[in-house]
Design a protein around this ligand. Structure first.
Ligand code: NAG
Ligand code: NAG
Ligand code: NAG
Length: 370
């Protein structure tokens, strides 16, 4: 091919992409119009700052010490979390916390502020409403879905119902939930008497399925699910078992992941028009914990920020100590990964690793016609 025709083709390609992006409201480099995030503290970017009596908060030091602003933001992390890295890869700004947008001090409760997505994620949240009791206040999954319905209504007002439908159907719904339900089960002898582990994880999956159908009823079509990591290996669990992982909570996490995948398969055959990507956090964290030095980590057991055995007797409070090098710790506090671990997870699972993302990765999901 001659130089000139290459240029013509390149120019045509440019215009096609440019016009398509105008057509679909995407700016260059943006893979989908919006990301709506539902979940727990692993992806909370500040909703709980607006819950005055919640005990699940991170709006104080040393949280945020490595964030670009060097300030606490409400993320349970030293810096950016999984929601931030997913947004970066998608070419989107991090979806802002819903409660910030609708708070009385906000001037941005207008539909245009919802256009590139909103985060409903709240520390302490579970699939079952009851998980939030321990933290006095947090936004359970059912309430997050209701908040999404309010956002959908606002998009319909802004774009019309067929415009909103197209916009939302091309967008991603990122769902990171379930750890707190497993912790509740582990901590409650009543729950363990009422349900076998298999019954409990099946209930989690079927309850989530009802919520997903509701989202689907309001145009959600593309979902990213982050499976449960080996939660029995987080510092809080290790500190109760002589630094070894809690094999019970790990087993229940795997059981839930299996139930979730079976439910998703069923849901897809029921609804036909949904697509999803499942990110296997269990496998990624296991790989990391078994061979930390291959990924630049030296400490997989202790939290960076905290006090006591494994820095896990007390959470990351202003009085707690923190490690000098956050880059070499997998865990930031007694439950949550460091920025470095969250970045590695998304680097591994976003694209090109069929063993960590299935039935497709997030890049493929973004490209599905909808
Ligand atoms: C806004 O203020 C009103 C009364 O002043 C209160 O009832 C309402 O809950 C507030 N909304 C939010 C989101 O804080
Ligand atoms: C914006 O605020 C108004 C009044 O506070 C509320 O009724 C409305 O539901 C909010 N919009 C959304 C999308 O939540
Ligand atoms: C505690 O760790 C040991 C291994 O050292 C393991 O066999 C045991 O199952 C663990 N306890 C629980 C509750 O998982």
């Amino acid at each position: 091919m001659k130089m000139a025709s290459v240029c013509v083709w390149a120019a045509r390609g440019f215009w096609v992409v440019f016009l398509l992006s105008l057509r679909f409201g995407c700016s260059a480099g943006q893979m989908v119009p919006a990301a709506f995030v539902l979940g727990d503290s692993l992806v909370d970017v500040g909703n709980n700052n607006y819950l005055p009596i919640s005990l699940a908060k991170a709006d104080f030091p040393h949280n945020g010490m490595d964030f670009p602003t060097k300030k606490p933001t409400g993320r349970f992390c030293n810096g950016k979390n999984t929601a931030d890295f997913l947004a970066e890869k998608l070419g989107l700004p991090t979806s802002p916390p819903y409660l910030a947008l609708v708070s009385n001090s906000s001037k941005s409760n207008s539909s245009s502020s919802f256009l590139t997505g909103v985060s409903f994620a709240s520390g302490g949240a579970g699939i079952f409403d009851g998980t939030t009791e321990k933290y006095k206040q947090s936004v359970p999954f059912s309430k997050q879905v209701e908040y999404y319905l309010a956002v959908h209504e606002s998009l319909v007002q802004h774009m019309g119902s067929s415009g909103a439908k197209k916009h939302v159907a091309k967008s991603l719904f990122i769902v990171v939930i379930g750890s707190n339900d497993i912790f509740s089960y582990s901590g409650s002898s009543d729950l363990r008497k009422q349900h076998t582990p298999q019954q409990y994880v099946d209930l989690m999956a079927s309850s989530l399925k009802d919520h997903l159908k509701r989202l689907h009823g309001y145009d959600a079509r593309k979902f990213v699910f982050v499976g449960l990591p080996p939660i029995g290996c987080c510092p809080s669990q290790r500190s109760q078992n002589k630094s070894a992982c809690n094999e019970d909570t790990n087993t229940w996490s795997r059981m839930y992941n299996t139930a979730l995948l079976a439910m998703l398969k069923g849901l897809k055959s029921e609804l036909n028009d949904i697509s999803y990507s499942y990110l296997d956090a269990y496998a990624v964290v296991q790989t990391l914990v078994q061979n930390p030095s291959a990924y630049g980590f030296t400490e997989v057991k202790a939290a960076c920020c905290g006090l006591g055995n494994l820095n896990a007797k007390v959470g990351c409070l202003p009085i707690s100590q923190y490690c000098p090098n956050r880059r070499d710790h997998v865990f930031w506090d007694l439950y949550h990964p460091t920025e470095a671990a969250a970045r590695l997870f998304i680097d591994k699972a976003f694209h090109g690793s069929p063993q960590y993302a299935y039935p497709m990765d997030v890049q493929q999901l973004a490209a599905v016609e909808a």
